[in-house]
Design a binder for this molecule. Structure first.
Ligand SMILES: Nc1ncnc2c1ncn2[C@@H]1O[C@H](COP(=O)(O)OP(=O)(O)O)[C@@H](O)[C@H]1O
Ligand SMILES: O=C(OP(=O)(O)O)[C@H](O)COP(=O)(O)O
Length: 418
């Protein structure tokens, strides 16, 4: 069942083979490499939100039940291209086993001796999770040959008649070995999660009902600032909070104290403020802290009066009120990135306020999507009902780049036939 998957919001739909095609062809006894996004938030080795693991289950379960020898590759966080126990997928393997209701082996390496030996020992319906693929520096290398070498090693684990299923929606914007290069070497298919996510985002790009508001926050500042230029002309309102905000403050020559700030993007932010003054809405007040800690001293200050030595960890109440007015009146909302460090209750009010305003817009018949590992986690952690949003996406950066109109490498590579 080839499906028309729109690989970017500006290119026409392309025919992409899906998991259903692979299942129809039969996978019993066949090695299938699956790229999942299992990048869940952790507190030590406790998973604080298993959303991405749960979202990966339908594809993995279908393959295992159909008798495939399933080899899963995934990343966790941003380790420095070498093994680091703090970024081990061990807690994820245990949780995945629970969710799948079947044993999940964890290889202690990515494509090394243990991965090879375990993959050779797989029987029909077995699931093997490889250790964090970003422990191998070739995964994120800019050098095509290096990435291809890792891809070849991954392919070896599923044998000559293997197949590749791309199901890590949160990483399809990354041109990385396990996302992009492997698809060039194996018959490839879009997994159930990828197909479903793209379908929802497509509806957001096709003549969204106005007013259309995008809310940006979070901490991946340089990644997401790059998206604003392309997104701003497409929307009526761009609300900016979270860690994204302070580079905009610095661009206005204001004090940011110890807040997150991307020095190299200050000029870009200044230009964005000049060009899109009528679209961009920034916080007017912030909650600052004297340390990055749950029990830090904190106070609300005007955004233009951050004391030296303090850091902004949330947007303030006046900002929430202003943003809520804008958002409750919107007919289409996309939100990526928490408004503050919601993991610390004292700095979660901004994220809660914005989430509640979006939920109100949804309740009035608006269409809303929240995207991103931490944003989705925030919605659940703050006890907000899933029903407040039309769709909760597993991908933040991936969704944003899709909405921006970029061609996503991990989707594009699936279109050239299996
Ligand atoms: N003002 C801030 N300073 C530092 N970190 C922040 C700030 N606001 C939000 N964050 C952090 O941003 C993280 C999420 O960012 P990001 O990965 O960009 O979002 P998502 O996973 O939803 O795409 C959260 O862990 C949150 O604590
Ligand atoms: O967490 C993720 O993206 P998101 O924070 O944009 O939702 C994905 O797992 C991608 O991770 P990356 O941004 O380190 O490539």
């Amino acid at each position: 069942m080839r499906t028309t998957v729109t690989t970017s919001s500006t290119s026409p739909g392309a025919s992409v083979p899906t998991l259903e095609d692979l299942l129809e062809a039969g996978v019993a006894g066949r090695g299938v490499l699956v790229r999942s996004d299992l990048n869940v938030p952790l507190d030590g080795d406790r998973i604080t939100d298993p959303g991405r693991i749960i979202a990966s289950v339908p594809t993995l379960k279908a393959l295992a039940e159909a008798g495939a020898k399933v080899v899963v590759t995934a990343h966790l966080g941003r380790p420095k291209g070498e093994p680091d126990p703090a970024f081990s997928l061990a807690p994820v393997a245990a949780r995945l086993a629970e969710e799948l209701g079947r044993n999940v082996q964890l290889a202690s390496d990515v494509v090394g001796q243990d991965a090879l030996a375990r993959s050779e020992g797989l029987t029909d319906g077995d699931v093997l999770l490889l250790e964090n693929v970003r422990f191998d520096p070739r995964e994120t290398s800019k050098d095509d040959a290096e990435r291809e070498a890792l891809a070849r090693a991954l392919v070896e684990l599923v044998g000559d008649d293997g197949a590749f299923v791309s199901d890590g929606f949160g990483v399809v914007h990354r041109k990385q070995a396990s996302v992009y290069d492997v698809a060039k070497l194996l018959p490839h298919y879009a997994g159930r999660l990828v197909a479903a996510e793209v379908e929802v985002l497509r509806t957001l790009t096709e003549d969204p009902e106005r007013p259309y508001a995008v809310v940006l926050g979070g901490s991946k500042v340089s990644d997401k600032l790059a998206v604003i230029e392309a997104l701003a002309p497409k929307v009526d309102t761009l609300v900016i909070g979270g860690g994204m905000f302070y580079t905009f403050l610095a661009a206005q020559g204001l004090e940011v104290g110890n807040s997150l700030c991307e020095e190299s993007m200050i000029d870009t932010c200044r230009e964005l403020l000049d060009r899109f003054a009528d679209v961009i809405h920034l916080p007017v007040d912030v909650t600052v802290a004297d340390a990055f800690a749950a029990d830090a001293d904190s106070k609300v200050v005007a955004a233009n009066a951050i004391p030296e030595g303090w850091m902004g960890l949330d947007i303030g109440p006046d900002s929430v009120a202003r943003f809520a007015t804008i958002l409750t009146g919107a007919r289409t909302v996309f939100w990526n990135g928490p408004m503050g460090v919601f993991e610390f209750p004292r700095f979660s009010a901004g994220t809660r306020g914005v989430a509640e305003a979006i939920a109100q817009a949804t309740g009035k018949g608006g269409f809303s999507v929240v995207g991103g590992g931490d944003s989705a986690a925030a919605v659940r952690q703050l006890g907000l009902p899933d029903s407040g949003f039309s769709h909760i996406s597993t991908g933040g950066g991936a969704s944003l780049e899709y909405l921006e109109g970029k061609t996503l490498p991990g989707l594009e590579v699936l279109t050239d036939g299996a």
